[in-house]
Design a protein around this ligand. Structure first.
Ligand code: PMP
Length: 392
């Protein structure tokens, strides 16, 4: 047989292109700031995760540069061998203090935390319950477990409780949920999830990627629902509101010791550059000591969300700075995004297969550094193109 070893690369790619499902990468020229340059055009940024506008904050930049000078560009190894720097340890102490937990562990990314630790907490003879709209990195972590898995309908606490009624046979149980759901901007009822978990002796895992720096005055979903210290694993990331990169897991000392010894993504992948760890520490300091960024973020969010709704846009169940503007079919969301970009607004379309075919949308993500005038400019463009495309 004459096998075509690599032909699938082109045919599968072209299939995506023909369906308009391929990723066409935009290029950010310069820092990620509320006003930035994308593909040569000056735009207002409405789709970055840089909620608090910290990625180019002078204190973060200065901390990175200082660590670069004192510790160099790379860590030289994985953490358990020779890449465990004093800056990593210092950062973990700061994370634990910030999260009000006994201990914390810093991962290379949030994805690595989900993929590396979920499959260690539950295995054969265990049960894992996961919300149907959980993030892809949770889905991949779940795929790596040998535990029995059950997907419960989105935020449906009755179904979650029901699934646990006959769970005596399992050794351990883990309930996993996003804190803020990244496509819709709604939140999981963490107080109820914790209550249900306590009733059945289950562990809880929350992915607070979009809640840290945002909810609970910046402390995250635990604070927001008044369940700090009651969630088994608070997982998060520095790649969003904190403006840097890197995953985090906060919880008990036992959890940290367990993860250090079992979590394969943490054990087998090189540790973060020192400048990154230093910038993460500076970000925690800024979130703690400069509450104005969180306040601006929410002022902008409330202003923008209310105006979009008044214009006639369906913004779904969003209660956070992630505000979707529903468009229906994919072509409308794509056309709206093109129109917005022409008018200097960078807002990304989310279409099938990321969401259901009839649920395509422009997902806006608010930024603390935008002014009311910026918001008004963006709103005017939404109104103009929304009407033109008969979305509103
Ligand atoms: N969880 C959620 C809910 C996310 O949105 C993301 C980032 N897209 C991640 C995890 C992964 O985080 P990181 O960027 O640190 O890998």
């Amino acid at each position: 047989m004459q096998r075509d070893a690599t032909g699938f690369l082109k045919t599968e790619y072209m299939d995506l292109v023909n369906k308009n499902f391929d990723w066409r990468l935009r290029v950010l020229q310069g820092p990620s700031t509320p006003h930035c340059k994308v593909d040569g055009k000056d735009v207002i940024m409405l789709c970055s995760n840089n909620y608090l506008n910290l990625s180019n904050h002078p204190k973060l930049v200065e901390a990175s540069m200082k660590a670069l000078k004192t510790h160099g560009a790379g860590s030289g190894s994985v953490r358990p061998i020779a890449g465990n720097m004093d800056l990593h340890i210092e950062l973990e102490k700061k994370i634990a203090k910030f999260k009000r937990t006994e201990a914390a562990l810093y991962y290379q990314t949030g994805f690595a935390a989900n993929a590396g630790l979920i499959p260690q907490l539950v295995g054969e003879g265990d049960l894992l319950l996961t919300d149907e709209l959980n993030h892809g990195s949770i889905i991949d972590g779940v795929r790596l477990t040998k535990a029995e898995r059950a997907i419960y309908p989105h935020c449906n606490m009755e179904k979650l409780d029901e699934a646990l009624k006959n769970a005596d046979k399992y050794r351990r149980i883990l309930i996993i949920s996003d804190g803020v759901f990244s496509m819709d901007g709604d939140t999981a009822p963490m107080d109820q999830i914790v209550k249900i978990a306590e009733k059945y002796g289950a562990m809880t895992w929350v992915d607070d990627a979009h809640g840290e720096g945002v909810l609970g005055g910046g402390r995250g979903i635990g604070k927001h629902f008044n369940v700090e210290g009651k969630i088994t694993v608070e997982m998060g990331t520095f790649s969003k509101a904190f403006g840097v990169v890197g995953g985090l897991v906060a919880g008990s000392n036992d959890l940290r010791n367990f993860a250090i010894n079992k979590s394969r993504t943490w054990l087998l992948s090189g540790s973060a550059p020192p400048a990154t760890a230093a910038a993460c520490m500076a970000a925690l300091d800024v979130v703690e000591h400069e509450p104005e960024h969180n306040k601006n973020l929410w002022d902008n969010t409330n202003y923008f969300k209310k105006a979009l709704k008044q214009m006639g846009f369906d913004v779904g169940n969003s209660t956070t700075p992630i505000t979707p503007a529903m468009c229906g079919e994919s072509a409308k969301a794509q056309a709206l995004s093109v129109g917005l970009f022409e008018d200097g607004i960078f807002a990304f379309p989310i279409v099938f297969p990321m969401v259901a075919r009839d649920k395509s949308r422009i997902r806006t993500m608010m930024n603390a550094g935008l002014t009311k005038e910026d918001c008004d400019k963006a709103l005017a463009a939404f109104e103009k193109h929304g009407k033109k495309l008969k979305i509103i």
